[in-house]
Design a protein around this ligand. Structure first.
Ligand code: GLN
Ligand code: ZN
Length: 758
């Protein structure tokens, strides 16, 4: 049985690509050296796969920054402003578009389907002409990497982002939309296919993950209109259609009707594909690549189950069946080698990219003689425990809490973290490496907390934070303190461009052995009469930024984490912490891309959040925070989290969000962020005052009730910012709040004063 891999981790051992790119950006090496490093990484990857006996080895999955970006550049879809920005090579151009220049804002970045990788979103405008015309002189031929591999004696299958996915994921900045680009795209990609034929490339594979999104009937028609001429142009060149990241329920017929030589289906994230195969059959004579080896998770393949499925598929499919990865292996770490810190029992259950190659070869070899029987359908989904709403209900709690805290109009607060200066970082790493003892470390952290609290008091914020100096990362911090998580030494995966993350692994049942944040929270609260927020990360976010288990439905792990956090919440409350913030930064981003799958996800995600805080007293105020500005479609779900207050990112959408909230009758008190913490710019107090006033006035005219539900805070945590700019920005924010209170105070008494309402 043939084995197929659709992509490989680009960063290489020891994150070599990241460091080479950073060296080049800093001028320590020139572009030629960067390209040599990149070429070596590619050759190594191909050799690794060839040595493992993989039959279909991908090329063209490599990129110095991002594949969507590279494609846009190679199709000449980059706006003139970037071409005139002084970039001399395609690589310089790519980094300029991805990171922006002094004068040009970069293209946006978005999550790549259901992965934690982020791609650069191409912007197609009315003057964009797709073509094979390369924008800068000296560009390599389109199939340069395939040529490179053949010269090294390795036969590869160019594995490219498909035209539908490219168009579907781009942003249209002018009047022309996706439909207006279909015909020119068909022409350009047909040209690409002809070029491949001319070079003697035997086959191409196109990854069309966008078919795993919601696809309407019109979109299926456009997909067909795009692909028909392309398949015509292909002639005897073999075309494989790969669809990673889910099943193709909406496009089954469209795909079956087109003469693809081979279709690679995701059977890890798209179990629905199996049901489709069973009920609809597979077009005669075509090859099916069964994507059973999960490219998105770190667990070893359950070989017996895979063999059963392969047996069933061989019976169902009238044509060759091959074994493949569900998606590119870009999303898992490179190798288990060197992970000597992991328990042997756990290690034997894991599989990273290199180990997955072995799984492919072994399983395919055994499948040759496998049975052709039918296997029963997969087991029923898990039944969730109940997570009742907190008692008493929101409005009653609100009255009790107003009585307790007596906060002014527009209470001012921050999201939690304060700048993580070099000093803070080196303190933590000194402690980690054992250079300083626990006592010295704790003392130093407490000094930082004391300084942070004093500063917030001095500038007059109303609800304070301790600054999170003891935390490197909001997920890792908790994962390290909870039972049930495992950590790798080198398990890096690319998040975007040169940024890599090392997610924890949910390796067993999660529970809490002892309090995690209580001592420091108690200490911070002892320094001031104002409330200091206890600060936790919520279950959906901890799970979203970890590798999840495969033997449990994610909701079950979320509930385990929630129960552990609930104990922490209870302990914080007992320690005298009156406000507890539970961040759900990733709740929105993990929402399934298909509308029909969202309700089930939101149900368990919000239920697990309610489980965390559902046991506190009425007078304890629960906050949450989310990093994302587009909430319009999940406002009800946020209310269903039953928090008392939420802060979120909003600076870039201005007063609009506040208007949306007011119009939707949003019930949770809200702090739409008033300044963008992603930029070092210090917003002047006048500008912040205007923003706050516009938020306050976006409720129904003169609605004192709406104003009384508003909080003022920045967009997100401040840990990536510098100390000076943060200090100035926070002072400006406090000053702006004072001014806004004064102005609104003059406007409101005539109507209904929120103070009088309580
Ligand atoms: N409390 C965290 C912080 O302030 C929240 C971070 C986040 O939302 N990503 O850093
Ligand atoms: Zn945030």
């Amino acid at each position: 049985m043939k084995t197929c891999v659709s992509g490989w981790p680009r960063i290489g051992e020891g994150r070599r690509l990241k460091f080479a790119a950073e060296d080049w950006l800093a001028g320590r090496i020139d572009e030629k050296e960067l390209q040599t490093a990149a070429r070596n990484l590619r050759l190594e990857a191909w050799k690794t796969m060839a040595d493992s006996g993989i039959d279909e080895i991908p090329s063209h999955d490599f990129s110095l920054y991002d594949g969507m970006l590279d494609l846009a550049i190679r199709l000449g879809a980059v706006p003139r402003r970037f071409l005139e920005s002084g970039a001399r090579t395609e690589t310089e151009l790519a980094f300029a578009v991805a990171r922006g220049t002094e004068r040009l804002a970069p293209w946006g970045m978005k999550k790549w389907f259901i992965t934690n990788y982020h791609y650069i979103v191409p912007e197609l405008g009315d003057d964009t002409a797709l073509g094979s015309r390369r924008p800068l002189a000296g560009g390599e031929p389109f199939f340069d990497h395939w040529i490179e591999a053949s010269r090294a004696g390795i036969e590869t299958l160019p594995t490219l982002i498909g035209p539908w996915t490219f168009l579907r994921l781009s942003r249209y900045t002018g009047k022309r939309g996706l439909a207006e680009f279909i015909d020119s795209a068909a022409e350009v990609w047909s040209g690409m296919v002809s070029e491949a034929r001319a070079l003697g490339i035997p086959g191409l594979r196109f990854e069309e993950g966008a078919l795993a999104l919601d696809v309407s009937a019109e979109e299926n028609a456009l997909f067909t209109r795009l692909w028909e001429p392309l398949l015509d142009a292909a002639g005897d060149l073999r075309i494989t259609l790969g669809i990673p990241f889910g099943d193709i329920r909406d496009s089954w017929d469209a795909v079956a009707a087109l003469p693809f030589d081979s279709v690679a289906l995701d059977l890890a994230d798209g179990p629905g594909n199996l049901d489709l195969l069973r009920s609809r059959g597979f077009p005669k004579g075509r090859e099916l690549v069964a994507g059973l080896v999960n490219g998105r998770n770190v667990w070893a393949l359950r070989r017996d189950r895979a063999l059963e499925t392969l047996g069933e598929l061989s019976a169902l499919v009238d044509g060759p069946v091959s074994l493949g990865t569900s998606c590119s292996l870009l999303h898992v770490p490179l190798s288990l080698e060197g992970e000597t810190g992991l328990e042997a029992a756990l290690r034997s259950r894991l599989s990273f990219a290199r180990e997955k190659l072995q799984e492919l070869s072994d399983t395919a070899a055994r499948a040759e003689g496998a049975s052709r029987g039918l296997t029963p359908l997969a087991g029923a989904p898990a039944i969730l425990p109940e997570a009742p709403y907190r008692s008493p209900p929101r409005e009653e709690r609100r009255r009790i809490q107003r009585e307790r805290f007596r906060l002014p109009l527009l209470p001012a607060t921050t999201i939690g973290s304060f700048p993580q200066t070099d000093r803070v970082r080196s303190l933590r790493s000194a402690f980690r490496s054992g250079k300083i003892d626990t006592q010295t470390y704790d003392k130093a952290i407490r000094a930082l907390v004391a300084g942070c609290v004093a500063f917030q008091e001095e500038i007059g914020l109303d609800v304070l934070v301790h600054g999170e100096f003891e935390r490197n990362d909001m997920v890792e911090f908790f994962a390290e303190r909870l039972e049930g998580f495992a950590f790798t030494r080198h398990g890096w995966v690319q998040s975007y461009g040169t940024r890599c993350v090392k997610p924890p692994i949910v390796a067993g049942d999660v529970s809490r052995a002892k309090p995690m944040t209580v001592d420091l929270a108690r200490y911070a609260q002892s320094l001031t009469k104002k409330p200091v927020k206890g600060m936790l990360t919520g279950p959906a976010t901890i799970l979203a930024w970890s590798f999840p288990r495969e033997d449990l439905h994610p909701s079950e792990s979320a509930f385990q984490i929630a129960r552990a956090l609930r104990e922490e919440v209870q302990d914080l409350e007992s320690a005298g912490i009156s406000i507890i913030q539970i961040d759900e930064a990733a709740l929105r981003e993990k929402m399934p891309p298909r509308k029909g799958d969202r309700e089930a996800y939101l149900d368990w995600a919000t239920a697990s959040f309610r489980l965390v805080h559902g046991g506190v007293r009425a007078e304890t105020q629960i906050h949450t925070h989310m990093c994302y500005s587009d909430f319009s479609d999940i406002l009800q779900a946020i209310d269903a989290m039953d928090a008392d207050v939420i802060s979120f990112e909003a600076a870039r959408s201005g007063g609009d969000l506040s208007e949306t909230l007011a119009a939707a009758g949003f019930k949770t008190e809200a702090g739409p962020g008033v300044w963008d913490i992603h930029s070092p710019r210090v917003p002047p107090a006048g500008e912040l005052t205007e923003r706050i006033l516009s938020m306050a006035r976006s409720g129904a005219a003169g609605d004192g009730e709406w104003v009384s539900r508003l909080w003022v805070n920045p967009d997100c945590g401040l840990k990536t910012r510098g100390e000076r700019e943060t200090g100035e920005a926070l002072r400006n924010m406090a000053e702006a709040v004072a001014r806004a209170r004064e102005i609104l105070g003059r406007e409101l008494p005539a109507r209904e004063s929120p103070e009088a309402a309580s």
